[in-house]
Structure formats: structure tokens, C-alpha cells
Design a protein around this ligand. Structure first.
Ligand SMILES: C[S@@+](CC[C@H](N)C(=O)[O-])C[C@H]1O[C@@H](n2cnc3c(N)ncnc32)[C@H](O)[C@@H]1O
Length: 219
């Protein structure tokens, strides 16, 4: 037996054809069932709860998307040890007003520490979750820091006095190229955990069971 939306009934090539009549007309609201279910769907979509669910889903999607994107562009978010902030500052020897950049600033704690040490500190981040945390850090802090949702490959580094990064050796050849082209002589480059191949560090900070930190200076 086959239901068809056509009006009327009969048999077609031995099959019984039963025909559905049009949906009954709702005289109270002047609506057919399809119309009213569309309206209830519409109203559930505009309810505050549905709105919050949709926002949350979009946020989770963006967090995952940018997590994998940062992995492709360099490395995903792995925060440095808070205990190591002071080690980086000791190597950087920041003078008041110097420009400090963190390439892939994560939750922004190194940027904030540099600002507290007197730098004009700026961090670049492309992963939504650490970026939001860094932004909250920026909002609750009294220090003036800049946290930008920006791919550091697209940033002009020529004004920097100190560059810090905790990135991955896979991208070092391209990064070395960018640093050599853009940084002015005297700029300090601080690499967390992995040394830059073929560059001679001016200082190495080694601590047992902690990541080694390397200081370079552009000639
Ligand atoms: C290993 S984490 C280090 C975070 C922070 N610097 C710290 O030391 O705690 C590297 C960060 O770089 C970010 N990142 C990777 N590629 C990037 C790019 N091209 N532009 C901006 N940020 C990037 C990642 O999202 C991640 O948060």
C-alpha cells in the first residue's frame, strides 16, 4: 500500500493507492499543522536556552578548530612553567619602555610578567581558548599589556627589543629566516626549551629537571 499526497484514490498497476487528504485547517488560529510546527520550531530557536547552547557549540567548535590550526602553524598551547617566568626575565634584563613580544603568548602570563618588569609587552595568539584566558588576565590586571588575536608569522617584528617564544623546532628554519630579516641589531631572542640550530647563544640558563632557556642577541 502506498500513500501519495495527491488528492483522490484508486489502483495503479495492481497496487492500492490511498490518497492523503490535505492537513485539516485550524480554524482557531488559521494555521495548518505544518505551519504551527514551524512556528514552534522558530520560537524554540529563539529561546534564551537555545541561544546559549548555540553560542556554546560555536565556541567549542572555534576552540577545537583553532587548536588544530595552531598545531599546523607551529604548536598547540602548552603553558610554560610559572616558576620559569623569573628565569626569562633574568635573561631579558628589560629596560623600561622596551618592546617585548611573546610569539604565541598562550595564557599571557609571560606578557604580564614582562610588563611588570617595565616592558611594553605584547602577545600574539591564534588559539581561542588561551587567547580568551590571556584577555581575562589583561582585563583583571592593572598592567598595560596588549594581547592580539593574530598569527605571529604576519607580525612585523622590527620594533622589538626582546622576543620570547616557546615553539617547536619543526618551524625553526622559517622562524630563523623571519628573525634574521626583521630584527634590528641588539634585539634579544629568548627560546624556551629548544635551542635555535646554528645560532650561538650568549647565555644558557640550565636548571635540573626544568626546561633549558637560551638567550641570543642579533648582531
Ligand atoms: C607552547 S605554547 C606557549 C605559550 C606561552 N608562550 C607560554 O610560554 O606559556 C605555544 C603557543 O603558540 C600559539 N601559536 C602557535 N602558532 C601560532 C601562530 N602562528 N601565531 C600565534 N600564535 C601561535 C599556540 O596556540 C600556543 O598557545
Amino acid at each position: 500500500m502506498v500513500d501519495t499526497p495527491a488528492l483522490g484514490a484508486g489502483t495503479r498497476k495492481g497496487m492500492e493507492v490511498r490518497v492523503l487528504s490535505p492537513a485539516p485547517f485550524d480554524s482557531t488560529h488559521g494555521l495548518r499543522p505544518l505551519d504551527s510546527s514551524l512556528i514552534s520550531l522558530q520560537s524554540s530557536m529563539t529561546s534564551p536556552l537555545h541561544f546559549i547552547y548555540t553560542l556554546l557549540l560555536i565556541l567549542i567548535f572555534l576552540i577545537l578548530l583553532t587548536f588544530f590550526y595552531s598545531l599546523v602553524r607551529a604548536i598547540s598551547w602548552v603553558p610554560m612553567w610559572s616558576k620559569d617566568l623569573v628565569r626569562v626575565l633574568n635573561l631579558a634584563q628589560i629596560k623600561p619602555g622596551q618592546k617585548f613580544y611573546d610569539l604565541g603568548c598562550g595564557d599571557g602570563k609571560m606578557v604580564l610578567a614582562a610588563a611588570k618588569a617595565g616592558a611594553q609587552a605584547e602577545g600574539f595568539e591564534i588559539s581561542v581558548l588561551p587567547y580568551l584566558i590571556a584577555k581575562i588576565r589583561q582585563l583583571v590586571s592593572k598592567e598595560k599589556i596588549k594581547i592580539r588575536f593574530k598569527d605571529f608569522w604576519l607580525v612585523d617584528l622590527s620594533q622589538a627589543d626582546v622576543i620570547f617564544f616557546f615553539l617547536i623546532p619543526r618551524i625553526y628554519p622559517k622562524l630563523k629566516n623571519k628573525l634574521s630579516k626583521e630584527l634590528k641589531p641588539g634585539t634579544k631572542v629568548i627560546a624556551y626549551l629548544w635551542p635555535i640550530p646554528d645560532w650561538e647563544p650568549v647565555q644558557i640558563d640550565k636548571v635540573l629537571n626544568r626546561p633549558t632557556i637560551y638567550l641570543y642577541q642579533i648582531k
